[in-house]
Structure formats: structure tokens, C-alpha cells
Design a protein around this ligand. Structure first.
Ligand code: ADP
Ligand code: ADP
Length: 225
């Protein structure tokens, strides 16, 4: 079974040029995959297609056994549950504390408050933010805000985690700690895609890389040369 499959996928914005052209690949459950390429190549676009945040212009995309290019808008919440998305802009709510931020996806699906609190606390603990439940994002460091966004993305136990440039603007030590959080989820079976152009990071962690470069797409084992 495939967790993610692209068949002849094209993507352009409005009437602009193709950012992605005839992209084909499959990702199996439990894989840990990097998406790499220079800035502006289309890494974020690829992730947004998988998360259903942007529609493909052409082609078919399957995620978790569902054709998302054929998914009606009313089915979007299912996709949101299946795919945890962590974009560069963390989209944290700055007027709410850490606990409230993490609880949000659970409140949205109508989970009972006491259950939502227990699960949110567990998610915060997993990313090393226990004891910071009451703090507002602005009171947290950059790395802690990243980890809060991770907690919010994993609190509803998605099968797939997609992450855009998780270590941009972080020091090496914090970057490694964040990567270990993703590795831990991957070890318990979460299919993980990480967009990055950090070669040091990829040298340490990449076993498969989807490389996007001006008009070229390559699916390579390990780190691209
Ligand atoms: P990367 O993540 O590799 O830096 P992106 O996927 O963010 O690349 O962007 C790829 C190209 O698509 C860029 O030229 C960018 O300007 C363009 N692009 C991204 N999002 C939009 C959008 N919403 N509208 C129009 N163009 C966009
Ligand atoms: P309903 O009760 O509204 O018919 P379904 O469970 O049949 O709901 O699913 C509705 C839509 O959501 C379908 O198009 C299905 O493909 C999609 N869907 C359901 N579960 C998932 C999932 N885990 N990931 C992605 N899409 C899903």
C-alpha cells in the first residue's frame, strides 16, 4: 500500500508557469523522506498539495488511501486529521497559551474537554514542553515555538507528518533536538516528509530525498550529490 502517491501531477498558480510538472512518486507507510532543492523550487508547494492546502492543476494525488484531488470540500476535515502540517510560519495563536494552542485541533473535532487536556498534555511532554502549558507563544524561545507547533500538529495522531524547513533560524543544538522529535514519531510508524535545504541535516538524517530543481525532479537514495 502507498501512503502518498503522485501521478502526473502539475501545479501552477493562477495563469503562471508550472512550478511542478509531471511529478510521479510513491511513499510507503513509515518512510522518512526529505524534499530538497533551492529556494523557490517548489518544496513548500509539494507539501501543500499533500496536505490539501493547495489543489493540483492536473494529475492525481492519493493520500492515506484517498484520492484527494477528487475530494469534496466537505471531506477536508478527514484530510486534516490524516496529515499533520508544520509550515515555516507556525500559525500559533498569540493570544492563547501553549495548552490552548495544542488543544485547538481537538476542540475543533468536538473532543471532550478532559480528554483533549490529557492528550494535549501528552503531546507537550513529547516535545519537551512540560511545565510551559500556561505560557504564551511570545514568552517561548524560537525553538520552543517550533516544538509547540509540532505538538499541535501531532496531537490528533496523524498518519502523516509534513514539515517545511523545520530548522530554519535554529541553532544546531535545537535543530538536532527537533529532528529527534520527528525521528521518534517516525519510529512509531508516522510517515514523515521534511522539506529542507540544510545539507548537514540531510547528511545526518536522509535515507531518501525527492529533489526538485529548475524543471527537474529526481527521487534519490540518501543525500543528492
Ligand atoms: P520553495 O519551498 O522550494 O522555496 P515554493 O513552493 O514556496 O518553493 O515556491 C515555488 C514558486 O511558486 C516560487 O516561484 C513562488 O514564488 C511561487 N509561489 C508560491 N506560492 C505562491 C502563490 N500562492 N501564488 C503565486 N505564486 C506562488
Ligand atoms: P461520509 O460519512 O461523509 O461519507 P467518509 O468517511 O465516507 O465520510 O469520507 C468522506 C470523504 O473523506 C471521502 O471522500 C473520503 O475519501 C475522505 N476521507 C475519509 N477518511 C480519510 C482519511 N483518513 N484521509 C483522507 N481522506 C479521507
Amino acid at each position: 500500500a502507498n501512503m502518498i502517491e503522485f501521478q502526473h501531477v502539475f501545479k501552477s498558480y493562477g495563469r503562471g508557469r508550472n512550478i511542478l510538472a509531471d511529478i510521479n512518486f510513491r511513499i510507503e507507510p513509515g518512510e522518512f523522506v526529505f524534499v530538497s532543492g533551492p529556494s523557490g523550487a517548489g518544496k513548500s508547494t509539494l507539501l501543500k498539495l499533500i496536505g490539501g492546502l493547495e489543489p493540483a492543476s492536473r494529475g492525481s494525488i492519493s493520500v492515506n488511501g484517498h484520492r484527494i484531488d477528487k475530494m469534496p470540500p466537505r471531506a477536508r476535515p478527514y484530510l486534516r486529521r490524516a496529515v499533520g502540517v508544520i509550515l515555516q510560519d507556525t500559525h500559533l495563536l498569540y493570544d492563547r497559551n501553549a495548552m490552548q494552542n495544542v488543544m485547538l485541533p481537538l476542540t475543533v473535532i468536538g473532543l471532550e474537554n478532559s480528554v483533549a487536556i490529557t492528550r494535549s498534555r501528552a503531546a507537550l511532554e513529547k516535545v519537551g514542553l512540560s511545565g510551559k502549558e500556561d505560557m504564551k507563544p511570545i514568552e517561548l524561545s524560537g525553538g520552543e515555538q517550533q516544538r509547540l507547533a509540532i505538538a499541535r500538529a501531532i496531537v490528533n495522531r496523524p498518519a502523516i507528518l509534513i514539515v517545511d524547513e523545520p530548522t530554519a533560524n535554529l541553532d544546531d543544538e535545537t535543530a538536532r533536538r527537533i529532528m529527534e522529535v520527528f525521528r521518534d514519531f517516525n519510529r512509531v510508524g508516522v510517515t514523515t516528509l521534511i522539506a529542507s535545504h540544510d545539507r548537514g541535516l540531510m547528511a545526518s538524517y536522509a535515507s531518501r530525498t525527492l529533489l526538485i530543481e529548475a524543471g527537474r525532479f529526481a527521487d534519490v537514495k540518501g543525500v543528492p550529490a
